[in-house]
Design a protein around this ligand. Structure first.
Ligand code: SAM
Length: 290
C-alpha cells in the first residue's frame, strides 16, 4: 500500500499546508521541463491552491506527501502527471477574444486562403475549452456563405485533457455567448433543451468541422501537417521562458506554408527573436521565407 492510499482522509488543515521551498522547486522544474510553463516564486500560492485538488483526489495527507509520491519515485505515474498538468495550466478563454484577429481573418486571411482554391487548413494550437477554434469556425463558415467553394478544416489542440473534453462537447454557459454577434449566434449556437440549465451548444456542423487532439507544444513530436494556411497560438507563450518561446515559434512556423499566417496573443511578445515573419498588425504575422 502506498502512502497516498494509506492517508485516505487529510489530517492537516489545508490552509496551513504549504509547499516547502524544495518541493516548490521540484514542481516548478518538472512543470517547466514537461510543459514549458515557467512557475516563478510569485506563483507559489496559486500552485498550492491548484495542487490541493490533486492532494484530495489522491488521498495524500499534505502537499509535500503528494509531491514526494508523484515526482519523487523512480517510476513516474504518467496518469497522475496528466492530472497535475491539467491542474497547473491556466485556461482562460472567451469567444471572439481579441476580436481584431477575427476581423482580420474575415477581411484578409479567409478571402486570400479561399482564393487559392484548395482546402484551407487552420490550427488553433492552445485551444483551451474551444472558444477560440469555434469562433474561428463561425468566421470561416460565414465566409463560405458568400463563397460556397471555400472548403476548410480546423485542428484544435491543447496539452490539457480536461479542456479538450469540454471543447469536444461544445456546451457552454449561456453567458459565454455575450461577445458573439446575435446573427452569428443564431446561425451557429443551439438554444438549450432545458433553459433552466443556462447552457447552449455549438451546432453539429461546426463541431464536426473541428478536430480536437492533445498536442504538447514543448514536445518534439507533433503529427501535424506542414502546409497549414493559418495558425493561432494565442496567450500561451507569455507563460514560457524566452528559450522555449523561440523554440516553439520556430517549430510552429515550420508547419506553415510560405505566405501562411501566424496569430499570437496580444501579450505574447516576439520582439528580439530572429524569425521568418513579417508583421501585418498587432500580433498578426505572415511567414516570409521557406
Ligand atoms: C490562457 S489559455 C489560451 C486559450 C486561447 N488560445 C485563448 O487565447 O483564448 C492557454 C492554453 O495553453 C495550454 N497549454 C499550456 N502549456 C501548453 C503546452 N506545452 N502545449 C500545448 N498547450 C499548452 C493550456 O492548457 C491553456 O488551455
Amino acid at each position: 500500500m502506498n502512502m497516498m492510499t494509506r492517508s485516505s482522509f487529510p489530517i492537516v488543515d489545508e490552509g496551513s499546508d504549504h509547499l516547502k521551498p524544495r518541493d516548490f522547486q521540484r514542481v516548478a522544474a518538472f512543470v517547466s521541463a514537461r510543459t514549458g510553463i515557467r512557475l516563478t516564486e510569485a506563483k507559489k500560492i496559486m500552485v498550492e491552491s491548484r495542487l490541493r485538488r490533486r492532494v484530495r483526489a489522491k488521498g495524500a495527507a499534505t502537499l509535500g506527501e503528494y509531491v514526494a509520491e508523484t515526482l519523487g519515485g523512480s517510476v513516474v505515474d504518467e496518469d497522475e502527471i496528466v492530472n497535475l498538468i491539467n491542474a497547473i495550466t491556466t485556461n482562460k478563454t472567451d469567444f471572439f477574444r481579441e476580436s481584431a484577429h477575427f476581423d482580420f481573418i474575415a477581411r484578409v486571411a479567409a478571402p486570400e486562403i479561399a482564393e487559392r482554391g484548395r482546402e484551407g487548413k487552420f490550427w488553433s494550437a492552445a485551444c483551451s475549452t474551444g472558444a477560440e477554434p469555434y469562433t474561428l469556425a463561425m468566421v470561416l463558415a460565414d465566409h463560405a456563405l458568400g463563397c460556397p467553394d471555400f472548403r476548410w478544416s480546423i485542428l484544435a489542440s491543447d496539452i490539457s485533457t480536461d479542456v479538450l473534453a469540454t471543447a469536444r462537447r461544445g456546451i457552454y454557459p449561456i453567458e459565454m455567448m455575450t461577445p458573439v454577434p446575435e446573427a452569428v449566434s443564431r446561425r451557429y449556437v443551439m438554444s438549450p433543451n432545458d433553459p433552466k440549465r443556462g447552457e447552449v451548444r455549438i451546432v453539429p456542423e461546426l463541431r464536426a468541422a473541428v478536430r480536437f487532439a492533445r498536442v504538447n507544444l514543448i514536445d518534439d513530436r507533433w503529427s501535424v501537417d506542414r502546409d497549414l494556411d493559418l495558425i493561432m497560438c494565442r496567450n500561451l507563450l507569455i507563460y514560457f521562458d524566452r528559450e522555449s518561446q523561440g523554440r516553439v515559434l520556430e517549430r510552429l512556423i515550420s508547419h506553415l506554408r510560405p505566405g501562411g499566417f501566424l496569430i499570437l496573443g496580444h501579450s505574447d511578445g516576439v520582439s528580439g527573436l530572429d524569425l521568418p515573419l513579417r508583421s501585418l498588425g498587432r500580433s498578426i504575422f505572415k511567414r516570409v521565407r521557406t
